[in-house]
Design a protein around this ligand. Structure first.
Ligand SMILES: [Zn+2]
Ligand SMILES: [Zn+2]
Length: 262
C-alpha cells in the first residue's frame, strides 16, 4: 500500500500545482491514500510561506469535491501542516470542529523559545535553539492535537557542530513522541535537498542519521512523508529511498495515521 500524508499545493506560494494536480499525480504513481497538509494560515497573522486565511474554506471544499470525484480510486484525507503556539489552542480545536479537518501535522518551522520570543528553526544561532525547539515540540504533543511530527529532525539543517544539546534535543522529542504516542515523520524532502558537508560530516540536512539511529528496532511509530511541493514528488525516488533507509534502520513504519485505513 502506498500512502502519503504530507502534501502541499500552490496555495502556500512556494509549491506548484493545484489539489487536482496532486490527486492526478498520486493516482498515476499508484498511491492508495493521499493526505493534504498544506501550510496552515492563522486567523490573526500571516507568518509567511502559507496560504491566506481567507483561502482555507476553498482549500477544504476543493479536497471534499475531489474526494467525491475520485473516491473510488484513491482515498483522500484533509489536513494542514501547522506550527504550535499555545495562543492558538482554540484555533486548533476550531479547525477540527468547525472546518472539519481530519488531522494536523506538526511542522514546527517557527516556535516560541523559553523567553517567549518567536524563532525560526531554519536560522538557529546556537544548538541551545535546538533544545528550545524540542521543548516547543514536546509541549505541542502534550495537547493531543497533532497526528504526527513532520520532519522532527529539521533543526539539523543548520550548520552547527554536534554537541550535547543535539543529543538533548533528540531525547526530548523522542521522549515526548513516546509518551503521547505520536508518530514521527521520516521526511523524503530532506533527501531531495541532497547531501552536503556539515561540521558533523557529509549528510542530508535531514533526516539526520544520529536522530533515527536512536530508534533502531524500537516500537516508536514512524511515518514516511513526501512533503511534496511538486505533484511529481508524491511517490518519487526519494520516497522509495526513504522506505529503504527506514527498513535498514529497522524502524516501525506505519502506513496510515488513521486506524480505519489499515
Ligand atoms: Zn513548504
Ligand atoms: Zn511540509
Amino acid at each position: 500500500m502506498k500512502t502519503n500524508f504530507h502534501t502541499h499545493t500552490m496555495r502556500c506560494n512556494h509549491a506548484m500545482g493545484t489539489e487536482w494536480d496532486y490527486v492526478s499525480s498520486a493516482i498515476k504513481q499508484g498511491v492508495d491514500i493521499l493526505g493534504f497538509s498544506d501550510h496552515a494560515p492563522f486567523p490573526d497573522k500571516d507568518y509567511g510561506l502559507r496560504m491566506q486565511y481567507d483561502e482555507l474554506d476553498e482549500y477544504i471544499e476543493c479536497i471534499d469535491k475531489l474526494s467525491k470525484e475520485f473516491g473510488g480510486i484513491i482515498k483522500l484525507h484533509k489536513g494542514l501542516e501547522i506550527e504550535y503556539q499555545r495562543i492558538y489552542l482554540d484555533y486548533y480545536k476550531e479547525l477540527f470542529e468547525k472546518h472539519k479537518l481530519e488531522y494536523l501535522a506538526l511542522g514546527e518551522h517557527i516556535y516560541l523559545n523559553e523567553s517567549g520570543k518567536l524563532r525560526n528553526i531554519f536560522f538557529a544561532e546556537t544548538t541551545n535553539d535546538y533544545v528550545s525547539y524540542a521543548l516547543a515540540v514536546s509541549e505541542a504533543l502534550e495537547t493531543g492535537f497533532f497526528a504526527f511530527v513532520a520532519h522532527p529532525d529539521l533543526m539539523f539543517i543548520n550548520e552547527l557542530a554536534w554537541d550535547k544539546n543535539c543529543d538533548k534535543a533528540c531525547e526530548i522529542i523522542l521522549l515526548a513522541a513516546e509518551k503521547y504516542d505520536v508518530p514521527l515523520e521520516f521526511n523524503a524532502n530532506g533527501l531531495r535537498r541532497g547531501e552536503s558537508l556539515y561540521p558533523d560530516g557529509k549528510r542530508y540536512p535531514y533526516p539526520h542519521f544520529r536522530f533515527w539511529e536512536r530508534l533502531r528496532g524500537s516500537r516508536q511509530k514512524v511515518i514516511i512523508g513526501s512533503d511534496s511541493h511538486i505533484p511529481e514528488q508524491i511517490y518519487d525516488e526519494s520516497m522509495l529511498r526513504s522506505e529503504e533507509l527506514c527498513a535498514d534502520l529497522n524502524l516501525n513504519v506505519i502506513k496510515s495515521i488513521f486506524e480505519e485505513d489499515l
